[in-house]
Design a protein around this ligand. Structure first.
Ligand code: ADP
Ligand code: MG
Length: 168
Protein backbone atom coordinates (compact mmCIF):
# COMPACT_ATOMS: atom_id res chain seq x y z
CA UNK A 1 0.00 0.00 0.00
CA UNK A 2 1.35 3.47 -0.96
CA UNK A 3 0.84 6.13 1.72
CA UNK A 4 1.74 9.82 1.47
CA UNK A 5 0.89 12.69 3.83
CA UNK A 6 -1.91 15.04 2.78
CA UNK A 7 -1.87 18.78 3.50
CA UNK A 8 -4.03 18.07 6.59
CA UNK A 9 -1.40 15.73 7.98
CA UNK A 10 -3.51 12.62 7.48
CA UNK A 11 -2.16 9.76 5.38
CA UNK A 12 -3.54 9.53 1.85
CA UNK A 13 -3.72 6.07 0.33
CA UNK A 14 -3.69 5.30 -3.36
CA UNK A 15 -6.28 2.58 -2.79
CA UNK A 16 -9.73 4.14 -2.98
CA UNK A 17 -11.23 1.68 -0.47
CA UNK A 18 -8.56 2.39 2.13
CA UNK A 19 -8.88 6.15 1.76
CA UNK A 20 -12.57 5.81 2.49
CA UNK A 21 -11.86 3.90 5.70
CA UNK A 22 -9.29 6.45 6.88
CA UNK A 23 -11.59 9.40 6.13
CA UNK A 24 -14.49 7.67 7.87
CA UNK A 25 -12.30 7.15 10.93
CA UNK A 26 -11.08 10.73 11.05
CA UNK A 27 -14.31 12.58 10.30
CA UNK A 28 -17.13 10.43 11.63
CA UNK A 29 -15.76 8.76 14.76
CA UNK A 30 -15.20 11.96 16.77
CA UNK A 31 -18.79 13.22 16.37
CA UNK A 32 -21.20 11.61 18.80
CA UNK A 33 -24.84 11.90 19.76
CA UNK A 34 -26.12 11.72 23.29
CA UNK A 35 -29.53 11.82 24.91
CA UNK A 36 -30.44 14.56 27.40
CA UNK A 37 -33.43 15.31 29.59
CA UNK A 38 -34.18 18.62 31.27
CA UNK A 39 -35.98 17.25 34.32
CA UNK A 40 -39.22 18.44 36.00
CA UNK A 41 -37.53 20.52 38.70
CA UNK A 42 -35.85 22.60 35.96
CA UNK A 43 -38.79 22.94 33.55
CA UNK A 44 -41.01 24.03 36.46
CA UNK A 45 -38.55 26.82 37.36
CA UNK A 46 -38.37 28.03 33.71
CA UNK A 47 -34.71 27.00 33.36
CA UNK A 48 -34.94 25.29 29.94
CA UNK A 49 -33.25 28.15 28.06
CA UNK A 50 -30.51 28.59 30.67
CA UNK A 51 -29.68 24.88 30.50
CA UNK A 52 -29.72 24.75 26.68
CA UNK A 53 -27.34 27.76 26.69
CA UNK A 54 -24.87 25.72 28.79
CA UNK A 55 -24.91 22.94 26.16
CA UNK A 56 -24.60 25.34 23.22
CA UNK A 57 -21.84 27.42 24.82
CA UNK A 58 -19.82 24.24 25.34
CA UNK A 59 -20.13 23.26 21.67
CA UNK A 60 -23.06 20.82 21.71
CA UNK A 61 -25.81 21.23 19.12
CA UNK A 62 -29.49 20.44 19.78
CA UNK A 63 -30.52 18.21 16.85
CA UNK A 64 -33.87 17.04 18.30
CA UNK A 65 -36.05 18.42 21.07
CA UNK A 66 -39.54 17.88 22.49
CA UNK A 67 -41.41 18.80 25.64
CA UNK A 68 -43.50 15.94 27.00
CA UNK A 69 -45.19 14.84 30.20
CA UNK A 70 -44.23 11.21 30.93
CA UNK A 71 -46.54 8.79 32.64
CA UNK A 72 -45.08 7.01 35.65
CA UNK A 73 -44.99 3.79 33.60
CA UNK A 74 -43.03 5.48 30.79
CA UNK A 75 -40.55 6.88 33.32
CA UNK A 76 -40.30 3.39 34.80
CA UNK A 77 -39.28 1.88 31.47
CA UNK A 78 -36.71 4.64 30.88
CA UNK A 79 -35.11 4.08 34.31
CA UNK A 80 -35.53 0.28 34.30
CA UNK A 81 -31.79 -0.13 34.97
CA UNK A 82 -32.43 1.30 38.46
CA UNK A 83 -35.51 -0.81 39.26
CA UNK A 84 -33.85 -2.63 42.17
CA UNK A 85 -32.59 0.59 43.77
CA UNK A 86 -34.44 1.98 46.82
CA UNK A 87 -35.05 5.33 45.10
CA UNK A 88 -36.69 3.83 41.94
CA UNK A 89 -40.32 4.52 42.87
CA UNK A 90 -39.53 8.06 44.06
CA UNK A 91 -37.53 8.67 40.84
CA UNK A 92 -40.39 7.52 38.57
CA UNK A 93 -42.91 9.58 40.57
CA UNK A 94 -40.71 12.67 40.23
CA UNK A 95 -39.95 12.19 36.51
CA UNK A 96 -43.69 12.02 35.81
CA UNK A 97 -44.62 14.94 38.13
CA UNK A 98 -44.29 17.69 35.46
CA UNK A 99 -43.16 18.05 31.81
CA UNK A 100 -39.62 17.28 30.74
CA UNK A 101 -37.62 18.43 27.71
CA UNK A 102 -36.03 15.50 25.88
CA UNK A 103 -33.16 16.25 23.51
CA UNK A 104 -30.57 14.74 21.25
CA UNK A 105 -27.27 16.60 21.50
CA UNK A 106 -24.52 16.27 18.93
CA UNK A 107 -20.85 17.24 19.00
CA UNK A 108 -17.32 16.02 19.53
CA UNK A 109 -17.25 13.49 22.35
CA UNK A 110 -20.83 14.51 23.12
CA UNK A 111 -21.42 11.77 25.71
CA UNK A 112 -18.55 12.61 28.06
CA UNK A 113 -18.73 16.34 27.29
CA UNK A 114 -22.40 16.39 28.31
CA UNK A 115 -21.60 14.53 31.56
CA UNK A 116 -18.96 17.21 32.29
CA UNK A 117 -21.39 20.05 31.62
CA UNK A 118 -24.00 18.35 33.84
CA UNK A 119 -21.69 17.78 36.83
CA UNK A 120 -21.81 15.03 39.46
CA UNK A 121 -25.13 13.29 40.22
CA UNK A 122 -25.15 14.79 43.71
CA UNK A 123 -25.13 18.60 43.36
CA UNK A 124 -23.16 18.86 46.61
CA UNK A 125 -20.29 17.16 44.76
CA UNK A 126 -20.74 18.95 41.41
CA UNK A 127 -17.96 21.22 40.09
CA UNK A 128 -18.34 25.00 39.81
CA UNK A 129 -20.07 26.12 36.62
CA UNK A 130 -21.87 22.82 36.01
CA UNK A 131 -25.64 22.64 35.53
CA UNK A 132 -26.17 20.57 38.66
CA UNK A 133 -23.99 22.88 40.79
CA UNK A 134 -25.91 25.95 39.60
CA UNK A 135 -29.45 24.63 39.33
CA UNK A 136 -30.05 21.26 41.04
CA UNK A 137 -32.21 21.16 44.15
CA UNK A 138 -31.13 17.79 45.57
CA UNK A 139 -29.64 14.39 44.67
CA UNK A 140 -33.00 13.31 43.23
CA UNK A 141 -34.13 16.63 41.73
CA UNK A 142 -30.88 17.27 39.90
CA UNK A 143 -32.18 19.11 36.81
CA UNK A 144 -30.71 16.99 33.99
CA UNK A 145 -30.20 13.47 32.69
CA UNK A 146 -27.42 12.50 30.27
CA UNK A 147 -26.56 9.14 28.72
CA UNK A 148 -23.60 7.35 30.30
CA UNK A 149 -22.23 5.55 27.20
CA UNK A 150 -22.72 4.90 23.47
CA UNK A 151 -25.05 1.92 23.95
CA UNK A 152 -27.34 3.70 26.41
CA UNK A 153 -27.28 6.85 24.23
CA UNK A 154 -28.54 4.89 21.21
CA UNK A 155 -31.19 3.10 23.27
CA UNK A 156 -32.42 6.26 25.00
CA UNK A 157 -32.54 8.29 21.75
CA UNK A 158 -34.64 5.57 20.11
CA UNK A 159 -37.02 5.47 23.10
CA UNK A 160 -37.91 9.16 22.63
CA UNK A 161 -37.28 10.03 18.97
CA UNK A 162 -37.90 8.60 15.51
CA UNK A 163 -35.27 9.12 12.82
CA UNK A 164 -37.45 11.78 11.16
CA UNK A 165 -37.39 13.91 14.32
CA UNK A 166 -33.59 14.16 14.42
CA UNK A 167 -32.25 16.93 12.21
CA UNK A 168 -28.47 17.02 12.17
P1 ADP B 1 -26.93 10.13 36.72
O1 ADP B 1 -28.24 10.82 36.45
O2 ADP B 1 -25.86 11.10 37.12
O3 ADP B 1 -26.49 9.22 35.60
P2 ADP B 1 -27.74 7.72 38.17
O4 ADP B 1 -27.87 7.06 36.85
O5 ADP B 1 -26.90 7.03 39.22
O6 ADP B 1 -27.15 9.22 38.02
O7 ADP B 1 -29.17 7.95 38.81
C1 ADP B 1 -30.27 8.32 38.02
C2 ADP B 1 -31.05 9.40 38.74
O8 ADP B 1 -31.65 8.83 39.89
C3 ADP B 1 -30.20 10.56 39.27
O9 ADP B 1 -29.90 11.54 38.29
C4 ADP B 1 -31.10 11.09 40.37
O10 ADP B 1 -32.18 11.88 39.82
C5 ADP B 1 -31.70 9.80 40.93
N1 ADP B 1 -30.94 9.29 42.08
C6 ADP B 1 -29.72 8.69 42.04
N2 ADP B 1 -29.31 8.31 43.27
C7 ADP B 1 -30.31 8.68 44.13
C8 ADP B 1 -30.51 8.58 45.54
N3 ADP B 1 -29.59 8.02 46.34
N4 ADP B 1 -31.66 9.08 46.06
C9 ADP B 1 -32.61 9.64 45.27
N5 ADP B 1 -32.49 9.77 43.93
C10 ADP B 1 -31.35 9.31 43.35
MG1 MG C 1 -27.33 7.47 34.86
Amino acid sequence: MNATMSIHGFPTFTSHANRHIILYGVIKMAIQRTFSIIKPDATKRNLTGAIVAKFENAGLRVIAQKKIHLTKAQAGVFYEVHKERPFYDELCEYMSSAPIVAQVLEGENAISLNREIMGATNPAEAAEGTIRKEFALSLGENSVHGSDGPDTAALEISYFFSGLEIVS
